[in-house]
Design a protein around this ligand. Sequence first.
Ligand code: DQA
Length: 154
Amino acid sequence: MTRQILVLNGPNLNLLGTREPAQYGHTTLADVEAQCRAHGQALGYGVECFQSNWEGALIDKIHESGRLFREGVLLGVVFNPGALTHTSIALHDAIKGVETMPVVECHISNVHAREAFRHHSWISPVAAGIVVGFGIEGYLIAMDALVRKFGSAG
Ligand code: DQA
């Protein structure tokens, strides 16, 4: 059975490609997801992609992922929580609730070089690691990190 990686995106990331291109680039979410799927295949993993603008839908997905992780189906999650990074104790608790499942927090922009309200993350304390500021390459780097650290050869 091919193990899976979940690439999870939060609010407004469906607007990638047209939203603030100076900050986030011109690549659409569909293109990012296609790149992740191709990269997963090269790494020997299946990739599921999910985006929602709703905090509760993301929480449900993390709970479901925790179950798939326990069943050995899922390696872990690459998660760009968008602005919920800076506000959501509920997402923090959801990740904590499925504690052993590795979640790599990923941000396209360097949030630390931006407004002060983006400097705090509720996700970082419960993340396995963080990839910040490498543009959309960051998703692929986060996948590499998951596989290197938690994959069967890791
Ligand atoms: C983001 C950074 C967040 O501060 C912002 O709210 C986003 C995108 C990023 O990928 O750089 O929506 O997570």
